[in-house]
Design a protein around this ligand. Structure first.
Ligand SMILES: Nc1ncnc2c1ncn2[C@@H]1O[C@H](COP(=O)(O)OP(=O)(O)O)[C@@H](O)[C@H]1O
Ligand SMILES: Cc1ncsc1CCOP(=O)(O)O
Ligand SMILES: [Mg+2]
Length: 268
């Protein structure tokens, strides 16, 4: 079934009623932002990265979100253990290759993690998706220097190689799986002035894939809700500080009617 306003809302209701536990191994910059976004959506976040406990924790979680934003060797050990165990237990993995392409360390670690345990869904900006696919893409640290459509071929290649869903975020978001592409036109440029909005998108996708076994649908639903909440929040404020708060409030209060009236989703 193609994703639609109705299927988005069904998953939002599932998340609100089930409150799935989402294990996050994520960066120090966004831990608070993404935990609050998951709570506002209705999920139950836990930021757990110690190598001594990640394997036990994934056993009780419904999905694993791995984000390489503030990488160090201890994090990498935790990521490897958690991803391997998640695979074994058939728990979905969502991977955010923050800043890949910026340094050889990020490239090596990302590639090794993908080879160790192919994620269910990968979400990055255009430069990150292109770098992950092996292109010598210019990246500006954690920000993209390309429009999202420039990474479409790279996303298809990654999806074929790892067998999972690939999301490219940007002014338009693309969700790619094999021959399928969905385009989401929601969002607002002000979202790029709040740190961690991409990481938040990845974390929200983690909640959707925890309640929906169709990973393509889950990724589309996550990006639609992210974009709709950002767009509605930006109608209330012109500045980034208050956008951050308004985004959480909008997410918490999101209704079926708002989704129906705001969603800009094209299934290709
Ligand atoms: N120019 C834009 N217009 C509308 N929405 C945007 C724009 N740029 C980013 N977004 C939205 O902001 C969120 C974060 O995406 P992005 O900025 O691409 O991630 P990252 O922070 O990882 O680079 C996504 O939901 C995306 O749709
Ligand atoms: C600024 C920064 N530096 C290391 S991780 C991080 C957060 C990046 O978040 P996002 O990719 O969502 O903008
Ligand atoms: Mg990012």
């Amino acid at each position: 079934m193609s994703p639609s306003a109705q299927s988005i809302w069904k998953d939002v209701e599932q998340i609100r009623s089930q409150a799935p536990l989402i294990q996050n191994i994520t960066n120090f910059v966004v831990m608070n932002n993404t935990a609050n976004a998951l709570l506002a959506l209705g999920a139950s976040p836990a930021m757990v990265h110690a190598p001594d406990e990640v394997e036990d924790f994934i056993a009780i979680a419904s999905a694993l979100v791995v984000n390489i934003g503030t990488l160090d060797p201890n994090f990498v050990t935790g990521m490897r253990l958690a991803m391997k165990r998640a695979k074994l237990l058939k728990k979905p993995i969502v991977f955010d290759p923050v800043g890949v392409g910026a340094t050889p360390y990020r490239n090596q670690v990302s590639r090794a993690l993908l080879d160790l345990a192919a994620p269910t869904i990968i979400r990055g900006n255009a430069s990150e998706i292109m770098a992950l696919a092996g292109l010598n893409a210019q990246t500006k640290g954690v920000d993209s220097t390309h429009g999202s459509e420039a990474a479409l071929d790279s996303a298809r290649q990654l999806s074929r190689h790892f067998g999972g869903v690939v999301v490219i975020s940007g002014a338009d978001d693309y969700v790619v799986y094999q021959d399928r592409v969905a385009v989401i036109g929601n969002g607002h440029p002000l979202m790029t002035k709040v740190t961690g909005m991409g990481c938040t998108a990845t974390a929200l996708i983690g909640a959707f894939v925890a309640v929906n076994p169709d990973a393509f649908q889950a990724a589309v639903h996550g990006m639609c809700v992210m974009g709709i909440a950002g767009e509605l929040a930006a109608r209330k404020t012109p500045s980034p500080g208050s956008l951050q708060v308004s985004f959480l409030d909008t997410l918490y209060q999101l209704t079926a009617d708002q989704i129906q009236k705001t969603v800009k989703l094209t299934n290709q």
